[in-house]
Ligand binder design. Structure first.
Ligand code: UT7
Length: 327
């Protein structure tokens, strides 16, 4: 078991106003609501305005957090934005957040672990705070996937959406939130989910350079349903708890069928899984904070509940955390 001195003290979220329903997508590509719902569980997703970027979503998620928890962020000493859809290659989204929120004395880094990003960001924040290097960290998971989607490609454009969530991780040796973690990477499978920009070749294989997300959905699906249950098992082995004692499962919301399969393989009741895909689609690094906030808004989590967060996706990467809910 890890020793942690870091506590989650607040959460907030934001999604863009524009809704893109499955019926809207029927007008763009050869698809239908029934196929999308049956294969993914997704009914609609949010789409950023033309002039709305990941930094704008991140800032609104932080403003929502501040308003709800009466928290200030001026004494934040590290900002970690987990995203694979930054506004620019440089400056980072975290630097834009620092500027727009006027946080004076803080470090700022972006972290790209695709759909596992937020779980990695929380892991890093816990490490930095527990080691005594930082006292108050903003961890944001935010994406504008609509900017890298090809709306003529029905295999991807039906899946993804835009949104963001933010949490504060603060020093607290008495009531730490973090219990254990488990990470893994299968880089050799990276060609199954990619977004090309500069290089056109991965491990000697040529890929189209067009700035759009592309994937071999079947392969990612198979990898996820085989890998995540094993990762959950490895994570639980680092704790004093059994998986059936965990109160809530908060997986990456890629596809409801993946979540059902993971729950079935892990013998974990689907009713105790919290996901955000039905109305927001797959928002990559934002799915877990959006699901966490949904659990909070719906009054699902009680202080002291154990939550198993599990991110997985591009890389291919995976990251699981067992946390103690402290809000
Ligand atoms: O965050 C991590 C990122 N990625 C993922 O998690 C993706 C994981 N994979 C998946 O979620 C699923 O593989 C998908 C939802 C992407 C696809 O579902 P599937 O059950 O694996 O479908 P498939 O790719 O095997 O395609 C089945 C059929 C094909 O037609 P034929 O060859 O059987 O005639 C596809 O051409 O469905 C067709 N198809 C569609 N039909 C209607 C593919 N996309 C669509 C569509 N609408 N949007």
């Amino acid at each position: 078991m890890n020793s942690s001195n870091a506590r989650i003290t607040a959460i907030g979220s934001y999604v863009p106003e524009k809704r893109l329903t499955n019926h809207h997508l029927e007008e763009l590509v050869d698809t239908n609501d029934e196929w999308i719902v049956q294969r993914t569980g997704i009914k609609e997703r949010r789409i950023a305005a033309d002039n709305e970027y990941t930094s704008d979503i991140s800032i609104k998620a932080v403003e929502n957090l501040m308003a709800r928890y009466q928290k200030t962020v001026e004494d934040v000493d590290m900002i970690i934005v987990c995203t694979m859809t930054p506004d620019f290659k440089t400056p980072s989204v975290s630097a834009l957040v620092q500027a727009k929120l006027g946080i004076k004395n803080t470090g700022a880094i972006d972290l790209n672990a695709a759909c596992a990003g937020f779980a990695y960001g929380m892991h890093v924040a816990n490490g930095l705070v527990s080691a005594g290097l930082h006292k108050k960290i903003l961890v944001i998971g935010a994406e504008t996937f609509s900017k890298i989607l090809d709306y003529t490609d029905r295999t991807t454009c039906i899946l993804f959406g835009d949104g963001g969530g933010a949490v504060l991780v603060e020093y607290d040796e008495l009531h730490p939130s973090f219990i254990a973690s488990h990470m893994g990477t299968d880089g050799v499978l990276g060609k199954n989910l990619y977004c090309t920009d500069l290089s056109a070749s991965m491990f000697g294989e040529d890929l189209p350079v067009n700035g759009f997300i592309a994937q071999n959905g079947r392969e990612v699906y198979k990898w996820a349903v085989n890998t995540v249950p094993k990762g959950m098992e490895a994570l639980m082995e680092k704790t004093d708890l059994e998986l059936n004692e965990v109160d809530w499962f908060v997986p990456h919301s890629a596809n409801l069928r993946i979540i059902e399969s993971i729950c079935s393989r892990s013998k974990f009741p689907l009713e105790r899984a919290i996901y955000s895909l039905e109305h927001y689609g797959n928002t990559s690094a934002a799915t877990i904070p959006l699901s966490l906030d949904k659990g909070v808004q719906e009054g699902k989590f009680k202080t002291g509940d154990s939550l198993l967060l599990y991110g997985f996706g591009g890389g291919l990467t995976q990251a699981g955390l067992l946390i103690n809910w402290t809000l």
